[in-house]
Design a protein around this ligand. Structure first.
Ligand SMILES: [Zn+2]
Length: 73
């Protein structure tokens, strides 16, 4: 399909437009911070995501993911 017009900065979650010079990062600083995290092993895949907005965003982007079951449904 088409390239998204904006993404969240992987470092600070700020919205970044594809027209930004440092896309997908909002700034050169965030790009360097992100590289530093990977280099130092600070990223941990096992750490749970607790931001409901982010979870919703992830679920939507994956499309086929079942919605989390809720007791009131
Ligand atoms: Zn950023």
């Amino acid at each position: 399909m088409s390239t998204p017009k904006a993404l969240f900065c992987p470092t600070c979650r700020k919205v970044v437009l594809v027209t930004e010079a440092e896309f997908p990062f909002c700034s050169d600083r965030c790009r360097l911070l992100d590289l530093g995290k990977w280099a130092s092993g600070e990223y941990k895949v096992s750490s749970p995501i607790q931001d409901p907005d982010l979870l919703e965003e992830l679920a939507r982007s994956q499309g086929s993911q079942p919605r989390p079951r809720r007791d009131d449904e």
